[in-house]
Design a protein around this ligand. Structure first.
Ligand code: NOJ
Length: 746
């Protein structure tokens, strides 16, 4: 930071401190504790069994610091008015919402967005989400979700950026920048809330809310980097997670919330609990509500979401000497600082503007961007004999329970998104191909015929009155009349997301039966897949002609899918979470350790680290995704065979577009460290470049590698590199790379 910028920061800080000192000097103990209380008015933000009562009275008495789960200038305007006009000290409220992948205009689910490997687009998605959310009164969003996940059974893998800590860190930074903008005081900026701190994605067995238990090295090396990246990007707030970290639930974990987050990483914002997570400390076995509330405050938690443990017990704990005045003051100060940084004391109504509310949401430009980012998120998993792109002529049999559907297009966590405003695949195909293609439609199956899965996935589409066989027969009839079958199948929106773990991660059986019948017709079968997680697709991979993974694409779903099906956009997405062959391989991820008895891939082998009944390889590895064109990679060229200390290594490859379409390619750099003081991952992603090449065009892609790219956490948790041999790998996915070896000495 320059001297003048530093001076400016210091003077801003001094002004903020003076303001808050003055305000806190006037606050009663109750008012201070009130600032630590976050309530919900219910609605779709209800993610637990409790909602708050008597919100209006509590605002007046200063017993609430913020409200979440409501939006719209009408409600928010009234609540803010009560706070600034009718409460004793006129302290404004902060208004939070789960704006996860867009606010009104919905973008692909985060796992899909991460597959774009395009930080510019991801940042812009957060920027637009902030513009739309602030147009409806919101100034705080519970995003980004940066939990690393290596277990596709866990439904919340859909909300994050997959399995890789380096890529996850880039996404975390891009989202924070997008939300908070250049200055959080701006009327269109929101404060980001990074979640779920920490390690929530490591839940045992992929079961929601389950225990997390991992080594410190694994934490530091693989799970913590994206949270740290978000701190470095200036994130204003964090949310504690539901799980344990090193045996202590995050919400009461002093090591996590204070030693690591604040002392080691220098985080300056505030920490809010997850929904009733303070109360849930009792179920974790930490004591009664008074006890756990005191523990959470002392650990470094500043705001209590929904459970009101702070509100109802901290005063008593102070009187009994179980917490200190300084601890309450510190938490209160941090919440007030957030409001100050958002500019709410100067302008509590900065995001309450009925004109903006009408003008700035679901605009044509926002929808156009939604279409673009959706196209960029799609991953072409298979394309036998160039089945895709389709011609804009002939007859298409459009089949599947998601083909003529609006309700499932947006995916999980779309609080303010309106399914009715989304474009179905049927509509998209008509928009893009016009009258030049003949579309025959049949639903073909229900999303699921399993009553339990139907209920638990909160499906709203009624179960069809026809028998499953009648539906399949109808689909097969139209398939026989068509040139190609496009089957739009997969998971419904709520089959992933919070509280949506699955033990079987295949396409629901009713739809698989449909696919089997369609495959038997011998017609080219294109699967357009909806999914909130990697699915097991071994049958589909073996029998479909093409598979386009569309995730849950958002408001512009159908248009974006049609653009890609007909080749108006050439897909370039690459998966950011490994697709297993079988659920039994989970957890499966590319950056695993070698083991002492690694399987070498050369057939069955006793006493090797493998399975009797399945290969170790995933179906689709991390970083995998096809294009309508093909790319050739040259060997890796290094400018030096050996280096010392702070020298820079230049690694390059020449990529040639050897196919017939212009296309983008995500060129990925991995590094392996075969000999070290601890057992290292077989390879780690260190960088990538996304390039665009015309047919026949070639380009040199250069990566400059420094010792920063070689660093890791050793068993003293020291982040450093060790001299020796390194294997530099560049390729089209984590399993298909070209390599060159280098010696790097101190
Ligand atoms: C629970 C979820 O875990 C969290 O992600 C969300 O932000 C809160 N509920 C608030 O809705």
């Amino acid at each position: 930071m320059s001297y003048s910028a530093l001076a400016q920061t210091n003077s801003n800080k001094a002004k903020m401190d003076a303001f808050i000192n003055n305000l806190m000097g006037k606050m009663t103990l109750d008012e201070k504790i009130g600032q630590l209380n976050l309530v919900t008015a219910g609605g779709q933000s209800k993610t637990g069994s409790v909602v708050n009562e008597g919100v209006e009275g509590k605002i007046k008495s200063g017993a609430i610091g913020g409200i979440f789960g409501v939006w719209g200038t009408n409600y928010i305007g009234k609540a803010q008015d009560i706070a600034v006009k009718n409460s004793r000290l006129h302290i404004p409220l902060i208004f939070g919402l789960d704006v996860i992948h867009g606010h009104r205009t919905i973008f692909p689910i985060p796992l899909g967005m991460s597959a774009s490997w395009d930080m510019g687009l991801i940042e812009k998605s957060a920027r637009i989400a902030a513009e739309e959310a602030t147009a409806e009164g919101i100034n705080w969003v519970f995003s980004p979700m940066v939990d690393i996940a290596r277990d596709a059974r866990w439904g919340r893998i859909s909300e994050g950026s997959g399995e890789d800590p380096w890529l996850g860190s880039q996404v975390a930074k891009a989202m924070v920048r997008g939300y908070q903008g250049s200055n959080m005081k701006n009327a269109d900026a929101v404060m980001a809330c990074v979640k779920h701190f920490a390690l929530y994605g490591g839940a045992e067995a992929g079961r929601e809310y389950n225990t997390v238990d991992m080594s410190l090295i694994k934490m530091y090396q693989d799970y913590l980097p994206p949270y740290k990246a978000a701190v470095d990007a200036g994130a204003g707030s964090f949310m504690s997670s539901f799980n344990t970290v090193n045996g202590v639930p995050s919400t009461a974990n002093q090591w996590l919330l204070t030693d690591l987050l604040r002392k080691q990483w220098g985080f300056k914002g505030f920490v809010v609990s997850d929904y009733t997570a303070v109360n849930e400390l009792s179920s974790h076995g930490l004591g009664d509500l008074q006890q756990v509330s005191a523990l959470a405050l002392k650990a470094g938690l500043d705001m209590d979401m929904v459970g009101e443990g702070f509100l109802t017990t901290l005063k008593k704990s102070l009187n009994e000497g179980k917490v200190t005045q300084a601890e309450i003051d510190l938490a209160c100060r941090r919440v007030l600082e957030a409001k100050y940084k958002l500019g709410l004391f100067d302008n509590p109504d900065k995001s309450i503007n009925a004109d903006r509310e009408k003008r700035d949401v679901l605009t044509g430009d926002n929808r156009k961007f939604a279409r673009q980012i959706a196209e960029h998120s799609f991953v072409l998993l298979k394309n036998k004999e160039q089945t895709l792109p389709l011609k804009k002529s002939g007859t298409i049999a459009l089949v599947g329970p998601l083909a003529d559907n609006h309700s499932e297009m947006l995916g999980t966590w779309v609080i303010a998104g309106e399914p009715g405003k989304s474009v179905s695949v049927m509509e998209g195909i008509k928009n893009v191909a016009g009258n030049s293609v003949n579309i025959l439609y049949a639903k073909g199956s229900n999303i699921t015929d399993d009553p339990l899965l139907y209920k638990r996935s909160q499906l709203t589409q009624p179960i069809d009155k026809r028998s499953p066989q009648d539906m399949i027969d109808e689909a097969v009839e139209i398939a026989k009349k068509a040139d190609v079958v496009v089957a739009v199948v997969g998971e419904s929106a709520n089959m992933s997301g919070e509280s949506s773990s699955r033990s079987d991660i295949s396409i629901p059986e009713s739809q698989r039966e449909l696919l089997k019948a369609l495959a038997k017709t011998g017609k080219p079968l294109v699967i357009v897949l909806f999914n909130g997680r990697p699915l097991t697709l071994t049958w589909e991979d073996a029998h479909a002609s093409a598979i386009l993974d569309a995730w849950a694409p958002g408001t512009e779903a159908g248009n974006a899918i049609a653009d890609v099906l007909f080749g108006d956009y050439n897909p370039a997405g690459k998966i950011t979470a490994t697709f297993p062959r079988s659920v039994g391989q989970i957890p499966i991820y590319y950056n695993h350790k070698n083991t002492g008895r690694p399987f070498d891939g050369k057939g069955p082998a006793k006493f090797k680290s493998d399975y009797l009944d399945i290969s170790n390889d995933p179906l689709y590895p991390f970083g995998y995704g096809l294009s309508y064109t093909t790319f050739n990679y040259s060997e890796v060229k290094l400018n030096k065979a050996s280096l010392k200390g702070n020298e820079t290594l230049r690694a390059s490859v020449i990529i040639t577009n050897t196919g017939k379409h212009a296309g983008e390619e995500v060129v990925q750099l991995y590094i392996s460290d075969p000999v070290a003081s601890i057992s290292r991952s077989v390879k780690e992603l260190k960088n990538y470049q996304k390039i665009n090449l015309k047919p026949g065009e070639k380009r040199e892609v250069v990566f400059n590698i420094t010792t920063n790219d070689l660093k890791f956490y050793n068993n003293q948790l020291k982040y450093d590199w060790e001299p020796g041999q390194f294997i530099i790998q560049i390729g089209t996915n984590s399993s298909d790379t070209h390599m060159a070896s280098v010696q790097w000495g101190k």
